[in-house]
Design a protein. Structure first.
Length: 133
């Protein structure tokens, strides 16, 4: 369901592979939301958000290094958007949700909406600027 569409490919193999992994993490988020048999999603949520934080930091560092290597004039502005994404991920406080199934699902749904919206918008409208620079 959540996979990288052809229009999201930059033509840079490493960055495309990293973007594809971010879409896979969005799919894993959806799969968790769709798992009606799992009554307590706390552990899975914690693991997922931790992986998202770690992976995006690695990806952003790689992407920002590439932008500097090509002399992209808006690299600093781009990096600010990356920090805002990281900050937003840190705001998701799944520990405070407890074992309430409905609240857990709502949190996963909010995470999924944020991820998908940010990924598609950022890649198509922001990342493509340094590709087409």
């Amino acid at each position: 369901m959540y996979e990288m569409k052809p229009e999201c490919y930059t033509g840079l193999e490493d960055i495309d592979a990293q973007h594809a992994r971010l879409f896979e993490l969005a799919q894993e988020t959806y799969d968790l939301l769709d798992d009606n048999l799992l009554q307590d999603k706390t552990e899975e949520l914690t693991h997922l958000i931790s992986e998202l934080i770690d992976y995006t930091k690695m990806h952003f560092a790689h992407e920002e290094a590439y932008q500097k290597s090509i002399g992209y004039p808006f690299a600093d502005r781009h990096a600010i958007q990356h920090r805002q994404f990281e900050d937003k991920l840190m705001e998701f406080d799944f520990d405070s949700i407890g074992d309430d199934y409905n609240r857990q699902n709502e949190a996963v749904e909010n995470l999924l909406e944020f991820l998908v919206s940010w990924l598609t918008t950022h890649i198509l409208k922001v990342d493509m600027l340094y590709i087409n620079n």
